[in-house]
Design a protein around this ligand. Structure first.
Ligand code: F6R
Length: 605
């Protein structure tokens, strides 16, 4: 997601901020900008695309400011272009704001501010913050008071930093649900979304907590709560190398992204209102759904079929986009197409979208990258809020796609009266519990390293079989895909009921069989499948709930996941399989984030 950097001190603030932004490039971004105060005047430079575009412009300005804030933007509201890039300013262009997060009530606030005469330049949610601060300063407040009053009106998440001409010796920053850290130097101080931005200058830091505000000058850092009461904070020393820190301390982006899933799913769920309430509300005039996607996104689509058919009672077909585009699908004006793509640039999925549109269908994109081609060509887009996914192997994009599909199914069911309010609330409540459950699971695994120990037993295997039924059958496919793409071990996923029709011939004492068997409607069937594997001396790694004693007795290894509503198990069962694949590839010493022959975005057929 977005990156924030700020500097105040004796050196050239412009250069320090640009270098800090480069250190945050790993977060992913589509535009960048810097604001600084030179000789009492606020100046802003912002450019879409790479930081070097911004640097090129900035280098033409020979001023040597001692205060600057900068930003790399990952678009959420408004296209990635120069105007929407941060920093954003108020009507007087004397206050500059950079922001990471989502202001959920920005439409309302913008309307209010426009009615009071404010002129907006961008389509971003962030710009409202600059105008809110402007109003408070006009009422006679100082910058810190004005920032606190402004953020009190915001709903959503923010890490924001503000500078202003009237108080050119300070950066004021605030945080709620988005990271912000302060770096402590001598006669200079830093702020950033993440430590690597300033790690080459200092490793002494103060982590801002939610609902805290900092006033940072060259020689001083004062922290307050949102009521303006002073807070004492501990200074921490970070023992990281730059290389480590860029991955937030994780060895690989894939591992980091696996651990980001609770937040990514939570963000996608909390973004749900914008899915259905924005302009161009999805028309409900359809009687069948066709899902098209590739790879991991296709597996999300297979699970989406269970969600939509079970909850909304509408027939769904799921196709590989590469097949769909050549099979002359039957489409009419009552067909809704859902195209799922993390990148929004996958060539086959795009071709499927174009074909469907040509035949008169409406297309909904489920996509993670704002402004990508598929979102531009689709009639509607449901954005996932996974943040940039850097590792080639998709993890958090997948689980956020599941969240979007589940929300879609519930919304359609509600509008078409396929479910009552009680069921709707029950389903949404269960979904909203998933991030917490996953977080607990991941924390426990971090402590016990149980999946890593299982991976150590199997990393020399030549083949692996993954079995699942019902809504976890696509998880068997996804688990096998994860293993093969990063560890190069041959793996196959099957619906467990198909085992007897062929794959059982493969099972011997060398074959790891990963069985996904939570306590759902097909649990007993899965227990029988495990018996069949064990009878042939296969090694069983079971993903199941605690207290499933039959499985625990039979399986060689049992990974316990939390309990949830049966349709939601894929959120919980896929994560151990992602970790299993990751640890195997790591034991084999492969470049996990950049597997051979694979690209993050497949823009060719
Ligand atoms: C697997 C993986 C790929 C992608 C596929 C579709 O880990 O990442 O299988 O899922 O290339 O990509 P998007 O979702 O960008 O269309």
């Amino acid at each position: 997601m977005c990156g924030i950097v700020g500097y105040i001190g004796k050196d050239n603030a412009k250069n320090i901020v640009i270098n800090g932004l480069k250190r945050l490039e790993y977060r992913g971004y589509d535009s960048a900008g810097v604001a600084f105060i030179d000789s009492g005047k606020l100046k802003i430079y912002k450019k879409s695309g790479k930081i070097r575009n911004l640097e090129f412009e900035l280098n033409k300005d020979l001023s040597l400011p001692h205060i600057a804030i900068g930003h790399t933007r990952w678009a959420t509201h408004g296209e990635p272009n120069d105007i929407n890039a941060h920093p954003h300013v108020d009507c007087t262009a004397k206050i500059a704001v950079v922001h990471n997060g989502i202001v959920e009530n920005f439409t309302e606030l913008r309307k209010l501010l426009e009615n009071r005469g404010h002129k907006f330049k961008s389509q971003t949610d962030t710009e409202v913050i600059a105008h809110l601060i402007e109003e408070e300063i006009q009422k006679g407040k100082n910058l810190q008071e004005a920032v606190l009053s402004a953020v009190a009106k915001l709903k959503g998440s923010y890490a924001a930093a503000v500078i202003c001409e009237s108080e050119p010796d300070k950066i004021v920053c605030v945080r709620k649900d988005s990271p912000l850290v302060i770096g402590i130097g001598e006669g200079e101080n830093f702020i950033a979304s993440d430590v690597p931005a300033f790690l080459s200058y200092t490793n002494k830091v103060i982590f801002l907590n939610d609902n805290e505000c900092a006033v940072v000058t060259a020689d001083n850092i004062k922290i307050f709560d949102l009521n303006g009461n002073k807070i004492e904070k501990a200074i921490k020393e970070i023992p990281w190398s730059i290389a480590q820190a860029e991955k937030g301390g994780y060895k690989h982006f894939m591992l980091k992204e696996i651990h980001e899933q609770p937040k990514a799913i939570g963000d996608t769920i909390s973004g749900k209102m914008s899915i259905f309430k924005k302009d161009g509300k999805i028309s409900m005039d359809f009687d069948k759904v066709q899902i098209v996607a590739c790879g991991t996104s296709f597996h999300a689509g297979l699970i989406g079929k269970f969600f939509i058919e079970s909850i909304s009672q509408i027939p769904v077909s799921v196709d590989y986009a590469s097949e769909y585009r050549y099979r002359n699908p039957i489409i009419d004006n009552k067909t809704l197409i859902i195209a799922i793509s993390q990148s929004g640039e996958t060539a086959d999925t795009l071709a499927a979208v174009r074909l469907a549109k040509k035949k008169g269908a409406k297309v909904v994109a489920i996509c993670n990258v704002i402004g990508s081609t598929i979102t531009r060509e689709a009639d509607y887009t449901i954005y996932t809020h996974a943040g940039p996914e850097i590792s080639v192997a998709s993890t958090k994009a997948f689980t956020t796609q599941l969240a979007a599909l589940f929300l879609f199914a519930v919304e359609v069911a509600k509008v078409r009266k396929a479910i009552n309010e009680e069921t709707e609330n029950k389903l949404l409540n269960e979904l909203s519990e998933i991030p917490k459950k996953l977080k607990t699971f991941l924390e426990l695994e971090k402590e016990r390293k149980f999946i890593r120990k299982i991976a150590l037993e199997f990393y020399n295997s030549k083949d692996a079989l993954y079995l699942g039924r019902f809504v976890n059958y696509p998880i068997a496919l996804e688990g096998a895909l994860k293993l093969k793409e990063i560890s190069y071990i041959h793996a196959e996923g099957y619906p467990a009921g198909e085992m007897k029709h062929g794959p059982i011939a493969l099972i011997d004492e060398k074959m790891p069989v990963v069985v996904i068997a939570p306590k759902d409607r097909v649990y007993e069937k899965m227990v029988s499948n495990i018996e069949e594997v064990k009878a042939r001396k296969g090694k069983v790694i079971a993903v199941t709930n605690a207290n499933c004693s039959e499985i625990e007795k039979l399986a060689d290894f049992t990974i316990e996941i939390p309990i949830t509503e049966e349709l939601l198990y894929p959120f919980l069962t896929v994560v151990p399989l992602q970790l299993f694949a990751y640890h195997i590839a790591d034991f084999l010493g492969y470049d996990v984030d950049q597997p051979r022959n694979l690209a993050k975005s497949v823009t060719v057929e």
